[in-house]
Ligand binder design. Structure first.
Ligand SMILES: NC(=O)C1=CN([C@@H]2O[C@H](COP(=O)(O)OP(=O)(O)OC[C@H]3O[C@@H](n4cnc5c(N)ncnc54)[C@H](OP(=O)(O)O)[C@@H]3O)[C@@H](O)[C@H]2O)C=CC1
Ligand SMILES: CC(C)(CO)C(=O)C(=O)O
Length: 317
């Protein structure tokens, strides 16, 4: 396959994110294979649907749906749409589905996720991060509701490519995403971009669970708004201490950004509501540890993390 020939794409974990991006790529004519677990039967029978905020109801009636990674054809690009908490168990499946020299893209939030997965993957595979700016959730088996946005930016983490090859590979991935109607850009510094995204996810994901609230009520109440801003500022300061600078007045900018968003329940809210394991290690433990290593405490973030850890532990009892 020449570099610019369209790749065969594998979606590893077909939930809100995997279902959304996989369907968008498939409807643009890419060959896409979907690994599913609980929703396999529904999707194999009825196909995959995205209720798109701008494009209306999108339906992929015939889906290349797979229940077993071992049965999937080798894929050139693997988009991992599972939660970060599944990465360890998914590593051998990713290696099984990967074509030689495949690009593995973690479409996930959080810090250190590529570092944790890298040692579990063959060295010949390229590992990338895909930062998704989108509001979407699973509404029913095989049905993803898209509320707004849809950007997916790509950054290189590690693998056999030289610096020049990395740039070309990222630009190629971005081009393919754009061909599918997905806004995308190359990320120059993946860790910086992960910190920057955490400034949103740390306050909103956790507070949505703790205060049982979507973004609009959290923004409207002066106490929760002040708390959101204080949590954001701790993350900005921690990123800076770790050597990653963020745009000026970033907390203010994100508050204004969220004021323009539709009312939204972050994905962690759905994890707690569905009694699924939440992404506490990648969204809270890893940034807290990185900040501590740089000599910075995030007391409000730590308290939020401890409260979420308590809720998760008691929910499991
Ligand atoms: N939703 C959003 O709007 C956004 C989410 N993100 C990030 O994207 C990532 C994915 O989130 P989201 O799409 O919401 O999560 P979902 O819970 O909707 O989807 C996760 C999917 O992975 C599947 N999965 C997990 N383990 C396996 C396995 N071993 N084999 C097969 N399938 C598996 C799950 O299947 P099963 O049904 O069996 O559990 C589920 O379909 C997270 O890191 C999140 O933080 C980032 C930006 C926005
Ligand atoms: C920040 C947001 C809400 C949209 O950009 C998102 O992508 C997320 O939930 O992780």
């Amino acid at each position: 396959m020449s570099e610019s020939a369209r790749p065969r794409i594998g979606i590893i974990g077909t939930g809100a994110i995997g279902g959304y991006y996989g369907l968008m790529l498939a409807r643009a004519g890419f060959e896409v294979h979907f690994l599913l677990r609980s929703e396999y039967a529904a999707v194999a029978r009825d196909g995959l649907r995205v209720r798109h905020a701008q494009l209306g109801e999108l339906h992929l009636p015939q889906v290349n749906a797979w229940r077993e990674a071992a049965a999937m054809p080798p894929c050139d690009w693997l988009l991992v749409g599972a939660k970060t908490t599944s990465n360890r168990e998914l590593a051998p499946l990713i290696a099984q589905v990967a074509a030689p020299g495949a690009k593995v893209v973690l479409l996930q939030n959080g810090l250190g996720v590529e570092d944790a997965l890298r040692p579990l993957l063959p060295a010949s595979l390229h590992l990338l991060g895909g930062l998704c700016f989108i509001c979407a959730h699973r509404e029913a088996p095989g049905l993803v509701v898209h509320q707004s946005q849809g950007v997916c930016n790509l950054g290189y983490h590690s693998g056999p490519a030289t610096a020049e090859e990395r740039q070309a590979l990222l630009e190629q991935g971005v081009t393919w995403l754009r061909e599918a109607g997905i806004e995308s850009s190359v990320i120059a510094d993946l860790i910086q971009a992960r910190w920057q995204k955490l400034v949103w996810n740390v306050p909103y994901n956790g507070l949505s669970v703790l205060l049982h609230s979507s973004t609009r009520p959290l923004m409207a109440n002066p106490d929760s708004r002040a708390l959101l801003q204080a949590l954001m500022q701790e993350v900005v300061d921690a990123a800076l201490a770790c050597g990653y600078s963020l745009p000026d007045n970033y907390a203010q900018k994100l508050l204004a950004y969220t004021d323009r968003m539709p009312d939204y329940l972050p994905s962690m809210y759905h994890d707690f509501a569905q009694r699924r394991e939440a992404e506490l290690p990648a969204l809270y433990a890893a940034p807290l540890a990185a900040a501590a290593a740089a000599g910075v405490d995030m007391p409000r973030v730590r308290m939020l993390y401890q409260a979420l850890a308590f809720l998760q532990a008691t929910a499991q009892q």
